[in-house]
Design a binder for this molecule. Structure first.
Ligand code: ANZ
Ligand code: ZN
Length: 811
């Protein structure tokens, strides 16, 4: 048969669609697998990263279908967000039209790759039906105190004209556009993710071995739980007099054991004490203007500009030694962490040391060490009164006990994690369903009025939020008292939508109008057995989704605590060593590859070129190689014959080549379970199939060809489905995809003959089971050549699988 991708790919895609092949079954007594690749943003066209992501997910889905599982592999679009608005400004097209046209086009592209996505559960997060439910979640969360409104200093991106969550700021820059983020005070709604900090941390343990360690560590660090001592430094009388009313400030330290080494204290530039000093004009002009310039720096500028600060001409009293200690403002102290102030121990802390040497401040050693700063916790304490001579654990405990006994401070747990600000000053998002009433304050919209729909008649200019300028959207009546009120015009962070889409997919689509999730199907399908996506979401989406799952559980919507049982983070697709990107001009368009070679070649290349977790370097000649392999597979199909039952083969009577061909086929089959269920090293499975095909080619036995074909088509179906369905239909009436377990049994009795040599001389032969371990083979070999090795010391055992065993003996 001649391979013509064009003739078969569309044909099978239509058959799969017609037969509902990709749809989940309603029979909830079947074992299930929920396979999910992260859903795409509808940017307009698929890129190779998408193709890789979905090729992995589809391979797993097809594998489990072939093994009798009920499989859910849904698809949808993360369709709110700023590119739609930017396109609107640039091309004068409405964001909604732009978005839904892109979705239509991308669905066609996904179909042309043969991905077996369920279409019944297709959704776009900008659908009003989707908005309706998430507005309900928001209101339920608000009623339960899981959402609150506050005015706070936020990250502001000037180019995107919106607030960003902490997770969306990378190295001080906007995650979307790379623009420098500035700080700005604004009101907004916050989700209390911090209430879940401990559970989010605790549950990471259950994901060990199933999520990449790197992701677990990143989440752990982001949550940033630490224990330490919190206490207050009191100002001396002179300083107190200046500050009318403020008599001290709190600090948080994770190293109470170093308390006797404090030689100065440092405040964040935003600290209230500094505000007071500036307001009262208590500092010299020079100091005041330096302070102001530090205050105006972004967090990133402060981090990169070296240690800087100002002496505030204030003193506090050391709580234990009663010494007078100077107070500084320092650019390395963060206003949003701990209490925004530190006790500085330059002898034993890197940053404190740098700052002290910059400004010539005292350095007091309290751990015996030669080189400073000495930051280890394993030294001997000196100059430390009650803890002299103790070790770290005891010293730390003794200091905390002293502070607690004397009512000077207490042991606390601190987190780096901050509440999630979700207000965005943008049009193309889900409206926050809140109303500002002059009498009642902030009031939630009534559930029966949901969804609060986005008005479509807006003018998008890029300046300000169009909802703010809309003639009627803002004006409403208070749901509580009926007074004239103002509707909230901010929309939700789009990460709100991606935090629950996986659970919506798990819910039977026939109930989507009535409920957010129908219990029966959600409890059956959740949680996601295998989630696949990019490492760039290690914190962002994957942390929010884990939080949301717990929040929706506590609101009674969902059962599980964790949404994703296993996670595979795929590597990037590179070309010429760099990530494929439009700005670098090194992209390869999936449509072009499909047009030239067909979808199966694209899928085969992508899964063969590298293990999914690793980076993949695009290689035109390897794409060609993948295409040639499918051609060879096709070309040899005439060596097999048509049948729907496996040929009966008497293994003992076979020639060496015939036995070897069977062995290679069996090896590939044996490998498949581990590849699909554990390692995802599709490249090794494909290589094993290629070897098997070569081994089959070295013999002429039609039974063995037929059996080998039967197995190889089954193994490759998840990877190159169109070619395999076509060949399998020709030869086996498609029966091989369901009979593969029987094949497994056929091979179990298989044996292979091995030559045994002693010091390189042939001394015997064994028939070993094809799946015998190396140890078993060596045991048998020693028995077979017992008389040649009796009483001799074996100094080396060489095992060449399927060929020979060589024993090297002394003398
Ligand atoms: C004194 C000290 C001595 C400290 C020493 C460390 C080592 P983690 O572990 O990340 O929680 N710190 C506290 N609040 C801060 C703020 N707002 N900005 C910058 N640094 C702050 O960090 C806790 C440690 O970071 C605290 O322990 C404090 O410095 C500093 F040898 O106190 B330490
Ligand atoms: Zn009211």
């Amino acid at each position: 048969m001649e391979y013509k991708a064009k003739n078969i790919e569309y044909k099978w895609q239509e058959i799969w669609k017609k037969d509902g092949y990709s749809e989940p079954k309603d029979d909830y007594t079947l074992p299930k697998k929920y396979i999910l690749s992260m859903f795409p943003y509808p940017s307009g066209r698929l890129h190779m990263g998408h193709v890789r992501n979905y090729s992995i997910g589809d391979a797993l889905s097809r594998y489990y279908r072939n093994r009798g599982y009920n499989v859910l592999q849904p698809i949808g679009f993360d369709s709110f967000g700023m590119p739609a608005e930017n396109a609107a400004i640039k091309h004068k097209i409405h964001p909604k039209i732009w978005t839904y046209e892109n979705i239509d086009y991308m669905i066609k592209e996904l179909d042309s790759l043969g991905f077996s996505f369920s279409k019944k559960r297709l959704l776009a997060t900008s659908d009003p039906l989707y908005t309706r439910w998430e507005q309900e979640f928001f209101i339920k969360m608000y009623e339960k105190g899981m959402v609150y409104r506050k005015s706070a200093i936020v990250n502001w991106c000037e180019s995107d004209q919106t607030v960003l969550a902490n997770e969306q700021v990378e190295d001080g820059k906007c995650w979307r556009c790379g623009n420098e983020v500035v700080q700005k005070e604004m009101p907004g709604y916050y989700l209390k993710i911090t209430d879940y900090a401990d559970e989010l941390l605790e549950c990471l343990k259950g994901l060990e071995g199933k999520w990449p360690n790197q992701v677990l560590t990143m989440q752990e660090n982001w949550i940033g739980k630490s224990f330490g001592l919190e206490f207050e430094f009191k100002f001396d009388e002179q300083s107190k007099a200046k500050l009318d009313g403020i008599d001290g400030f709190k600090v948080f330290t994770t190293r109470p054991d170093t308390i006797y080494g404090v030689s100065y204290t440092a405040l964040a530039p935003e600290h209230e004490v500094i505000r007071k000093l500036l307001a009262k004009g208590l500092l010299s002009d020079e100091k005041a203007s330096k302070l102001k310039s530090i205050i105006n720096q972004s967090p990133r500028e402060r981090q990169t500009s070296g240690k800087d600060g100002v002496a505030l001409d204030l003193h506090v009293i050391h709580p234990l030694t009663k010494e007078k200690i100077p107070v500084w403002c320092a650019n390395f102290v963060l206003s949003g962490y701990g209490s925004g102030a530190v006790m500085a121990v330059p002898a034993h802390d890197e940053r404190d040391y740098e700052f002290a040497t910059t400004f010539g401040l005292d350095i007091k050693k309290v751990i015996d060490a030669n080189e400073l700063p000495y930051c280890e916790k394993n030294g001997v304490y000196i100059n430390s009164d009650i803890i002299n001579g103790m070790d770290y654990e005891n010293a730390s405990a003794a200091i905390i006990a002293k502070f607690e006994n004397d009512n000077l401070g207490k042991r606390i747990t601190n987190y780096k994690l901050r509440d999630w600000g979700i207000s965005r000053q943008r049009y193309w998002g889900a409206p926050i369903p809140m109303i500002h009433c002059p009498k009642c304050g902030v009031v939630a919209e009534k559930l029966e009025n949901l969804p609060v729909a986005l008005p479509e008649d807006v003018v998008i200019t890029g300046e300000g939020n169009p909802l703010d300028k809309h003639p009627s959207f803002k004006h409403c009546t208070c749901p509580k008292c009926g007074a004239e009120a103002r509707r909230e015009t901010d929309t939700m962070d789009t990460f709100f939508e991606s935090s629950w889409y996986f659970a919506r997919y798990a819910s039977d689509e026939r109930t989507w109008e009535q409920v957010a999730f129908d219990k029966k199907s959600v409890d059956y399908w959740m949680n996601v057995d295998q989630y696949i996506g990019g490492i760039e979401h290690a914190i962002l989406h994957l942390l929010y989704a884990r939080f949301f799952q717990k929040a929706l559980r506590d609101l009674g919507y969902l059962r599980d605590s964790e949404p994703f049982a296993s996670l595979l983070t795929q590597g990037m697709v590179l070309k010429d060593g760099a990530k494929m990107s439009k700005s670098k001009g090194n992209t390869v368009d999936p449509d072009d590859i499909i047009a030239k070679y067909g979808a199966d070649t694209a899928r085969l290349f992508i899964l063969f070129a590298a293990p999914p977790q690793k980076e993949l370097e695009w290689n035109d000649s390897a794409v060609d190689g993948a295409f040639k392999f499918i051609n060879r597979l096709y070309d040899r199909s005439d060596k097999a014959y048509k049948t729907t039952t496996l040929p009966a083969i008497n293994h003992a009577n076979l020639s060496k080549e015939e036995k070897y061909a069977r062995l290679k086929v069996y090896e590939a089959l044996k490998k498949s379970k581990d590849v699909f269920e554990n390692s995802f090293a599709f490249n090794t499975l494909i290589a094993a199939c290629m070897e098997a095909l070569n081994a089959l080619n070295a013999q002429e036995n039609a039974d063995i060809w037929t059996e080998g074909y039967f197995v190889i088509l089954n193994l490759l179906e998840p990877i190159i489905p169109h070619a395999c369905w076509e060949l399998s239909n020709e030869l086996f009436e498609l029966k091989n995809f369901i009979k593969i377990d029987l094949v497994d049994e056929v091979f179990v009795s298989d044996t292979i003959s091995l030559a045994i040599t002693v010091n390189g001389k042939r001394r015997g032969e064994i028939e070993a089971s094809a799946n015998a371990t190396q140890n078993e083979v060596l045991q048998m070999a020693k028995v077979a050549v017992a008389k040649w090795i009796e009483g001799k010391e074996i100094i080396k055992e060489i095992y060449v699988p399927n060929k020979l065993v060589n024993l090297v003996i002394k003398g």
